[in-house]
Each structure stands twice: as structure tokens, then as C-alpha cells.
Design a binder for this molecule. Sequence first.
Ligand code: HEM
Length: 128
Amino acid sequence: MNLLPDHEIYKSIGGEGLARLVAAFYRQIPSDPILGPMYPPDDLPGAESRLRDFLAFRFGGPATYIEQRGHPRLRMRHAPFAIDQAARDRWMLLMDQAMEEAAIPEAPKAILRQFFAATATFMINQPG
Ligand code: HEM
């Protein structure tokens, strides 16, 4: 049972908590052998704010993402990247590490983790 509804996550960890989480995730990207080469090296701060704004919108915060990017269409937006099981698992590993580093409390962490795991699986677009 989820004691904390999705739309209260933003209130619970705050914009600052989300910013900490996403910064901790992106700090690991440049040196990652699987994910590093996929991300735009000259626009990591832009990528960081896109993920941060998306999560704020999805979990009860401001709708900045929608205003700037429109409908998320996440699977379509990930189509240019070859995402297999290994890339999906690495994304989850880095996000799990980021949640520890950002000290996200247990209740919101459990909900975020469930969402990340399901969404990451949905992004797989390559066999193997
Ligand atoms: C499964 C492994 C994943 C890989 C390899 C991956 C990779 C990428 C890459 C390379 C980008 C482009 C960076 C940019 O310029 O914005 C991106 C964008 C993005 N990703 Fe992922 N991603 C994965 C999973 C996820 C998951 C689980 C979520 C949801 C929490 C997510 C949310 C986003 C968002 C919101 C953007 C920006 C979309 C836009 O507005 O253009 N990704 N991802």
C-alpha cells in the first residue's frame, strides 16, 4: 500500500530534494561507460533540468516541463537512443545511488523507485 500519494511527493521532498536527486544522478553520467556516450556532452545542465522539471510535474509540483516541452512522450523521445536491458539496469543503478546520496526518505523513495523501474523498462527499445 502506498501511504504517500504520487502528487504529494513534491511537497514531501521539495523542489530542493528533487534538484539534489537529479544532480546526484547526472554527476555520474559523464564517466559511465554505458550511459555517458548517450547524453549530450555540451548540454548536460539542460538534460538535468529536463529530468528535474519532468519529475516535478509528474509528482505534484509546477508544470514547467509541460510548458517548455509539451506532452512528455517519453518512449518516443528515447527512440534515438539504443536502450537495451543493460542500459536500463545501469540507469536504475545510477538512480538508486543518487537516491542514497541525496538521502531521499523511505516513503517517497519507495514510490519513486517503483515509477523509475517501470518507466525504465518501458524505454527498452533494443533486444539483448
Ligand atoms: C532506461 C534507461 C534510460 C536511458 C538510457 C535514458 C537516456 C536518456 C537520454 C540520452 C536523454 C537525452 C538527454 C537530454 O538531452 O535531455 C534522455 C532524456 C530524458 N529522459 Fe531518459 N533515459 C532512460 C530512462 C528514463 C526514465 C526511467 C525516465 C523517467 C523518469 C526518463 C526521463 C527522461 C526525460 C524527462 C528526458 C528529457 C526528455 C525531453 O524533454 O527531451 N528517462 N534520457
